[in-house]
Design a protein around this ligand. Sequence first.
Ligand SMILES: *Cc1c(COP(=O)(O)O)cnc(C)c1O
Length: 388
Amino acid sequence: MDKFIPLSVPNLKGNELKYVTDAINTEWVSTSGAYIDEFESEFADYLKVESAVSCQSGTAGLHLALILSGVAADHEVIVPTLTFIATVNPVKYLYAYPVFMDCDDSLCMDMAKLKLFCQTECTFINNKLINNSSGRHIKAVVVVHVFGNMADMSALMDIAEKYNLKVIEDATEALGTYYLEGSYKGKYAGTIGNIGVYSFNGNKIITTGGGGMMVSSDTSIMKRAKYLSTQAKDDAVNFLHNEVGYNYRMTNLQAALGVAQLEQLEHFISVKKENYRIYKSSINNKISGLKVMDFREDVRPNYWFYSLYILNLDKYDRKKIIDCLANDNIQTRPLWGLIHEQKPYLNNQTYMINKAYDYYNRIVNIPCSSNLSAENVKKVLIKICSIS
Ligand SMILES: *Cc1c(COP(=O)(O)O)cnc(C)c1O
């Protein structure tokens, strides 16, 4: 059996062991410590924002981001159906209702459909967007920068401004992606909307085992993010709390990993970019019926996940590709099951979803780890060539 080639795994060959050892030697292992401060401050510097607040996971960050955006019971939140379920579950934690949107060819939310939905299915009254079919107030949009690509943020921010919607960027997959041109030139994924959320889960571009980060250009939001993530403690001596808070803080051990990982982020991106280039130049126009999907042209992506796209469904099917590669110990995966088709969400509203179904049938993600060797890229390519 050939050696296992995983889809996306951690790469911990930098200062990880050194910094974690240091954290242990100082015995600061819990939810405060120097590495947390350092990670937050270096993360904010990398993204060119004023501050960042760490948390236990991307999911926890998204939960807080919704609360910080004023989302509460009986509000509605517009979300994509093509995403990982953690984008949507926090809407339910708050007893609010998701409304599902389609994707466009970037795999991110289709802003033309979003605009049409707001124009034709809603009424804007007293500075509130009301959904005609439910009568509920649509408070926010959660947009996902799928696979390290970028959603069309200028279209989204125009819509959000017009209809008084808060914008939460689920940038969990897109740390490092930024605009190369346009009105947001130089702006990183996660730093354009009201709040951006990142994840350091094991399969993300950098990992802390588990963890997340929130950013916002509004310092009062960041202050509240820290407050709510630390049990809403108003008086640390007498343990007085004026609100219901959460135990959502990252630990110093995780942050020690994070500092070491962040040092290598640009290197990881350069390796992923090169492997992407090799896959693309070996598959596109060379293997008929398949191609590697592009990222948006106006961004520098972080190249987190590579999408193999089936052009010819008579010749290839998703399952066949996945099974064939699995036979050679190469891990790939299909797109997520669409969220509006998952059991907890069957009764929620959807709007004009069709592209997401098509992409669901046509995409397979292929190995993309930042420690994937050129030799293993070649093995994957040879195997893909041999599928018939
Ligand atoms: C990974 C991921 C999350 C959740 O992050 P965790 O840190 O695992 O909680 C949310 N949304 C998307 C799109 C993700 O890929």
